[in-house]
Design a protein. Structure first.
Lengths: 354, 199
């Protein structure tokens, strides 16, 4: 019996399945607690207290409100799932899933640790990692556009239109921003990017302009303030998710936070050294033992958490851009800046190698 | 109308000064554990923010606040109400119902002709207007500080005389009211009114 189970785990597909389940088991609670963090941090910034009541159900133990995701989840499940009569039903039902899925698919190519035993800590070690990522990230816009279109009502439609223009514009700047990274690394595999940073300085120090553009483009891609024009609850009610209720709305919500986690993971991998830390060989070389491997995964998750905190912080700090300002920055500032950065990097590399 | 826009400098147009300022402001608020003075002196000792942690912390009910109407007792712990039914008559939503004693009335204090057999206030109907307090010649009914009237069903929220007297009790505010008017305890309102009219 035991032999057959261990034999099963020698199969490559079984191990991949195990990794998929493990990633889900880590990312889903991260999504839930990112929501709690958002609410608590926003409250503290606004001189409030935030949700601090819900603890363990049926007891008086409060745990600083850490039981809140349970209550929120239960609430969205038992609320009425109302489908308005005027919507296009097939698209209306499909849209929330289309928002959530791409964010999780992106995580498939992200190396979230070095080694655990014999296993590389990445679900799919693709050689075209970053191309795959950009391909999938651009799918994320379909969910929002479909939601806006299928809702068949004014505000969601405007939100959908805004989402299309915004995400397409910023994807170009984002794609151009990371080109210098791969000129330096010489490989599209995300694992290779981390190896490059493990042996030298992090790319955030070598490519600060690329990092800044990428960071801001991730804000725009995930529809976070100051770029939350598709949602903008003060002018479009709630934009693309106005007509959604209960668990479908919760899926949009989870999609936003999953996209934030995916975006943070990309930033960590591309610019902040992935699972490495410049603190000696223990943090910079492939893990030899299980403990070292787990520490590497912990470092990666901690870095993601820092980026999430930054995104939440920024949200409660800056007002929303006007639509023309948004387009102005995207096309007239970031795109030329990223192109200039490519040329600059090319010149530097040419001078250094000749 | 022509709005003059401020010409931004190159440095300002980079958004960086605003961004840094934003970090500064949000951080200052994030780490401020001082309590604002919105809820009065009572909560000054708490190390928390402006949010009032409601069931644990209560706000200071201001003077003159109209809460739930309760019956109060006099200094000798006797019922003040004499079943004149003025409050029942004046009550706009008809929340008060008084059953007079008829012939078989029991009077438990000197100077009163009768006492109500039953006195009910429907707290679901009450609109906290304070007419009953205004009209009562014996100062037997007061709108006290209670603002959180809750119950699990409608019957529970029809308060009978026993409950109203227990809640009002020998309430301090009812006595303070006398002192505030500069009138000694036990003096009836109609005497005060007569005195005021004579002056």
């Amino acid at each position: 019996m035991l032999a057959s189970i261990t034999g099963l785990f020698a199969e490559p597909w079984a191990l991949t399945l195990l990794k998929v389940i493990a990633v889900f088991a880590v990312v889903m609670p991260m999504v839930a607690y990112a929501v709690v963090a958002e609410r608590r941090i926003s409250a503290w910034i606004q001189d409030r207290v935030g949700p601090n009541r819900v603890g363990i159900p049926f007891t008086n133990i409060r745990l600083l409100g850490l039981g809140q995701p349970l209550a929120d989840g239960l609430k969205s499940l038992v609320k009425e799932d109302f489908t308005p009569a005027h919507v296009r039903k097939a698209f209306y039902w499909m849209a929330p899933a289309l928002v959530l899925v791409p964010s999780f698919v992106v995580l498939a190519v992200v190396p979230f640790g070095s080694m655990l035993g014999e296993q590389k800590m990445v679900i799919a070690d693709l050689d075209v990692g970053i191309l795959f990522t950009f391909g999938i990230v651009s799918l994320g816009v379909y969910g929002i556009v479909l939601a806006g279109y299928a809702s068949n009502s004014k505000y969601p439609f405007l939100g959908g239109i805004r989402a299309t223009a915004q995400m397409i514009s910023y994807e170009i700047a984002m794609g151009m921003a990371v080109v210098p990274v791969f000129m330096l690394v010489g490989d599209l595999n995300l694992g290779a990017v981390i190896d490059y940073q493990a042996s030298g300085a992090w790319l955030v120090f070598k490519q600060p302009i690329a990092f800044a553009i990428f960071l801001i483009a991730i804000f725009a891609e995930t529809n976070r303030l100051p770029f939350d024009l598709p949602e903008s609850e003060t002018e479009l009610v709630a934009g693309y998710n106005t007509e959604y209720s209960s668990m479908r709305f919760a899926l949009f919500f989870m999609g936003e936070y999953a996209a934030m986690i995916a975006g943070s993971a990309l930033m960590v991998v591309l610019f902040c050294g992935g699972w490495t830390l410049p603190l000696g060989d223990f943090f910079n070389t492939q893990a030899q033992s299980l403990g070292q491997g787990l520490v590497h995964i912990g470092v990666f998750i901690a870095k993601i958490a820092m980026f999430l905190a930054l995104m939440i912080w920024i949200r409660w700090m800056l007002p929303r851009f006007r639509y023309d300002q948004l387009m102005n920055i995207g096309w007239k500032r970031f795109l030329p800046a990223s192109l200039a950065n490519i040329i600059l990097t090319a010149i530097v590399l040419w001078v250094l190698h000749s | 109308m022509k709005v003059d826009r401020t010409e931004l400098t190159w440095w300002e147009r980079l958004y960086l000064p605003t961004l840094l300022n934003g970090f500064k402001v949000t951080l200052r608020h994030f780490f401020s554990w001082k309590r604002s003075g919105v809820y009065g002196d009572k909560q000054k000792g708490y190390a928390a923010k402006t949010t009032m942690q409601y069931p644990e912390e209560k706000w200071d009910v201001p003077a003159g606040y109209r809460g739930a109407p309760y019956l109060v007792k006099d200094v000798d712990d006797k019922t003040k109400c004499v079943s004149c039914q003025l409050c029942e008559f004046v009550c706009p939503p008809r929340a008060i119902r008084i059953t007079p004693p008829g012939d078989s009335g029991v009077v438990d204090r000197e100077g009163a002709e009768k006492m109500p057999k039953e006195f009910e206030i429907d707290m679901l109907r009450c609109i906290y207007c304070g007419y009953c307090q205004e009209v009562c010649p014996e100062e037997a009914i007061f709108l006290l500080e209670d603002y959180a009237i809750t119950g699990e069903n409608r019957e529970e929220l029809i308060y009978d005389m026993e409950k109203l007297l227990a809640l009002g009790g020998a309430d301090k505010r009812a006595y303070d009211h006398h002192v505030q008017d500069g009138v000694g305890e036990g003096i009836k309102k109609w005497e005060t009114k007569t005195r005021e009219a004579g002056e």
